[in-house]
Design a protein around this ligand. Structure first.
Ligand code: B1M
Length: 210
């Protein structure tokens, strides 16, 4: 089995202790870091499908997530490029009620690589916490909101509405993303921008402040 196939299988099976070596092996076989990352993302999609069919349950999904995080740690230095300019600060978080952070962490990595300082508020972030963080960060130019569940889409709506009501839409650009989010939904709730994946989020961050 190729090391890349092994990375996929280990991620799917949640083999946290073995993933780092497999990722290093896949790199040694000449695979690009981005291809290895895409392989792990594809494995997570399979994990999600298995969960949906009740073939696996939350603990297995969690083990796969931990495994992916450990794999990403190995790739991190290769995915992040050192930006020579400072474009400002971006505040990021996953919205209230939502505990998913792998996508948010990738978005953080890519936005940092694009030249922003990123303040990561973590997961399950309330509207008030976003507002407080923006108000205490005068150099904040962007707030990035991640949402992974259809059930937390209303929390995304509430957060954007809260930022607008607090008069912050004129101060910072609001960008949103996550699996259930679409450009149409982002427009509907009043965000400035939407990105489908982490690399597009970094491109969007740069273009939106230009
Ligand atoms: Co959850 N979960 N989960 N889960 N989980 C999903 C999202 C689900 C699709 C699985 C499924 O049923 N097929 C499903 C949601 C269904 C729906 O909403 N209709 C689901 C569910 C139901 C749940 C629970 C409710 C399960 C339960 O308890 N019964 C529960 C909810 C907990 C909560 O949040 N309150 C739950 C829990 C968990 C774990 C904790 C076990 C774990 C998360 C661990 C962690 O993140 N630390 C987990 C996992 C691992 C998943 C799946 C399998 C993988 C998610 C992932 O990390 N993907 C997921 C299935 C799937 O995604 N197909 C699933 C890899 C990651 C790189 O992709 O996060 O999509 P993603 O990020 C992408 C883009 O979305 C985008 O960029 C990234 C790629 O470059 N992006 C942005 C993300 N944020 C962005 C922000 C941007 C721009 C782009 O701009 C600001």
């Amino acid at each position: 089995m190729s090391k890349l196939a092994e990375v996929k299988e280990l991620t799917e099976k949640g083999k946290q202790k073995l993933i780092a070596e497999a990722v290093k092996g896949a790199l040694a076989e000449g695979n690009e870091a981005t291809l290895i990352l895409d392989t792990m993302i594809a494995a997570m999609a399979i994990v999600g499908d298995k969960f949906k069919r009740s073939e696996i349950f939350v603990p297995e999904m969690l083990m796969a997530a931990h495994t992916m995080k450990k794999g990403v740690e190995v790739l991190q230095p290769l995915l992040a490029s050192q930006a020579s300019v400072s474009l400002g600060t971006c505040i990021i978080g996953t919205v209230a009620g939502d505990l998913h952070d792998i996508g948010k962490n990738l978005v953080t990595l890519m936005i940092e690589s694009a030249g922003f300082k990123v303040i990561d508020l973590g997961v399950d972030v309330s509207t008030d916490k976003f507002i407080e963080a923006i108000n205490s960060t005068p150099e904040c130019k962007i707030v990035a909101l991640s949402c992974l569940l259809t059930t937390t889409m209303p929390a995304l709506l509430d957060t954007v509405k809260g930022l607008i009501d607090a008069g912050l839409k004129e101060k910072v650009k609001i960008i949103v993303g996550g699996a259930p989010i679409t450009k149409a939904y982002a427009d509907e709730i009043g965000a400035h921008g939407y990105a489908e994946d982490a690399a597009s989020a970094a491109d969007l961050a740069k273009s939106i402040i230009a």
